[in-house]
Design a protein around this ligand. Structure first.
Ligand SMILES: Cc1cc2nc3c(=O)[nH]c(=O)nc-3n(C[C@H](O)[C@H](O)[C@H](O)COP(=O)(O)OP(=O)(O)OC[C@H]3O[C@@H](n4cnc5c(N)ncnc54)[C@H](O)[C@@H]3O)c2cc1C
Ligand code: SF4
Length: 515
């Protein structure tokens, strides 16, 4: 039950950032309340839900509330497709980690100061060294399996679990990379290579977006820990609508519930952990944090580029396990003066009968012939590329479209610059070179600016209040007790997966608040 006494900490959003922050703050004795817009899923129903997804085609996470989770988008001209936001996030306890891919990576040292090194992007007001110990702590909290790599930034603590062996179809790329003089690396994962924190090891069945065993980490595990401590109250299906301030301090948050009731929540400290789109939207709705006119701007993704071709032998890629091999040979170096970082990801998917069918609309014997010719022969390779900060790429409020509470929906507009197009063209060149060296035929690009589902920017971190939304401690410029944590505060995003950095920032804030 909600206490009438102000809480020590009110957290808005129970995804990776919010759950990690709640668990550590509650562990250290703070009285915490967490407001989460979505529902809580019953872990024990995962297998059933997986079955319903595979057999009946139901969504993996049936969370979407059409009234609550509205948005509008005008990215089609830039990307060639409309950005379906609700396929790139989950609103529920655990947030988007309920169905993330689980690749858990630190940003590179160079990602923190691309402006100084390369004259592109922006320097973070903190450096890799400021986060290093928090990265190690995040790896231990989450449970990350990996091997130290030559291409990795320096680490002071080992991975808590050994890395996974290379997938057989990934291993086939090693001699190709060697022939081309390209370095390859294994991949660190937030999935157990051995039993960890009471969760079982991974059995490599490859249905990871709804891992039924719990081998792949999801942030709901930390939310459960926070609740077990007795210091944390979680309110589900509860949406933060406005943050109220008096004299440069937040006094309360106004929330709405789907049953129509309203609440006011009071606390000493407030943390917005609602991910890049909703954090910016809530700040815009509250009229806070926009003295620099940067709020909502610089919305970034990691764009996914893919190409493939046909091989003589059948090797059925993508059927077991997950990506275990990548290359950082094109991440840094002199080329990064002219374009963003590129990370090659090997493996890729096969064209199985269902994919052939759904992409071609082919039936009967032509479909059977296509299956015979293509199934197992198609091999593709992909790359994640950096999207440089761009003020025209942004989240704004759509006054025409409102949610169930009458609040303006977030409007998203991704924008690409000439540099992003250059990065894309270079990535395509690299992928084609790899495919040719593998001896494939009928090579073609299959994805140009595909989404990696990583939303970054919109509330960026800056030392100068005129340049961003939060300070280097993630505190909103000009508001004493309000923090934003997540990839929304990233000034730049590199080309490595963002979520370990989100966890590290959450742990750093937990330390600041409880230290
Ligand atoms: C398919 C897919 C694959 C991915 N794979 C990877 C990967 O391999 N590696 C990686 O690093 N990242 C990956 N990601 C990205 C990763 O999931 C996100 O970076 C991460 O989950 C973001 O954490 P967060 O806590 O900031 O936000 P979220 O997890 O999105 O949580 C935010 C929470 O806030 C709640 N909320 C929003 N607005 C309000 C409000 N007004 N009031 C109350 N609550 C609110 C939402 O309901 C949500 O639960 C993937 C994402 C997807 C979708
Ligand atoms: S391969 Fe299976 S056990 Fe391993 S993380 Fe994926 S779904 Fe879970």
């Amino acid at each position: 039950m909600l206490s009438s006494k102000p809480y020590d900490l009110c957290i808005i959003g129970a995804g990776m950032a919010g759950s990690m922050l709640a668990a550590v703050a509650a562990r250290r004795g703070m009285r915490v309340v967490v407001i989460e817009a979505g529902p809580r899923f019953d872990f024990n129903r995962r297998l059933d839900q997986l079955r319903r997804n595979k057999v009946l085609g139901e969504p993996l996470w049936p969370w979407e509330s059409t009234g609550r989770d509205v948005y509008t988008d005008s990215s089609k001209d830039e990307l060639g497709y409309s950005y379906t936001l609700n396929r790139s996030r989950v609103k529920a306890v655990g947030g988007s980690t309920l169905h993330w891919g689980g690749m858990a990576q630190r940003l590179q040292v160079s990602d923190f100061d691309t402006a100084s090194r390369y004259g592109l992007g922006l320097d973070w007001p903190i450096r890799y060294d400021d986060l290093e110990s928090y990265y190690g702590w995040a790896e231990r909290e989450i449970g990350v399996s990996g091997e130290p790599l030559r291409s990795d930034p320096p680490r002071s603590t080992p991975f808590p679990m050994p890395g996974f062996p290379m997938r057989y179809e990934d291993a086939a790329w090693v001699p190709v990379a060697q022939k081309l003089g390209i370095d390859v690396d294994t991949v660190s994962h937030a999935r157990n290579s051995e039993p960890y924190k009471g969760r079982s090891p991974c059995v490599a069945y490859s249905v990871c977006n709804l891992c039924p065993s719990g081998a792949r980490y999801s942030a709901h595990f930390h939310m459960e820990e926070a609740e077990r401590s007795g210091n944390c109250l979680l309110l589900t299906e509860t949406v933060a609508r406005r943050i109220d301030t008096t004299g440069g301090r937040v006094t309360s948050v106004q929330v709405g519930r789907l049953d129509g009731s309203e609440l006011e929540i009071r606390a000493k400290h407030f943390a917005v952990t609602a991910h890049a789109v909703e954090s910016a939207r809530l700040m815009l709705l509250s009229g806070l944090g926009n003295q620099s006119d940067q709020l909502g701007r610089n919305l970034m993704e990691h764009w996914y580029v893919a190409a493939g071709g046909f091989g003589e032998e059948r090797n059925f890629p993508g059927r077991i396990g997950f990506t275990t091999l990548e290359s950082h040979s094109f991440y840094d170096g002199p080329e990064r003066h002219d374009r963003g970082a590129i990370k090659v990801e090997f493996g890729g998917g096969s064209r199985d009968p269902l994919m052939v069918h759904s992409s071609g609309g082919v039936w009967g014997s032509p479909l059977a012939a296509m299956d015979c010719n293509e199934f197992g022969h198609w091999i593709d390779v992909g790359a994640e590329i950096e999207h440089l900060p761009n003020p025209d790429s942004r989240v704004t409020l759509d006054l025409e479209k409102r949610d169930v509470f009458g609040d303006p929906a977030p409007h998203i507009q991704f924008a690409l610059s000439e540099i992003d197009h250059r990065t894309h063209r270079r990535a395509e060149e690299i992928l084609v070179t790899l495919l040719e060296a593998r001896g494939l035929r009928d090579i073609r690009q299959t994805i140009a600016f595909g989404r990696a589902h990583h939303h970054m920017g919109t509330c960026r971190m800056s030392a100068d209040p005129d340049m961003g939304v939060v300070d280097p401690d993630c505190r909103v410029h000009g508001v004493e007790n309000l923090y934003i944590v997540g990839s929304s505060v990233f000034p730049t995003g590199g080309a490595r997966q963002p979520t370990l950095t989100i966890a590290a920032l959450a742990l750093r804030l937990a330390d600041r608040l409880t230290g």
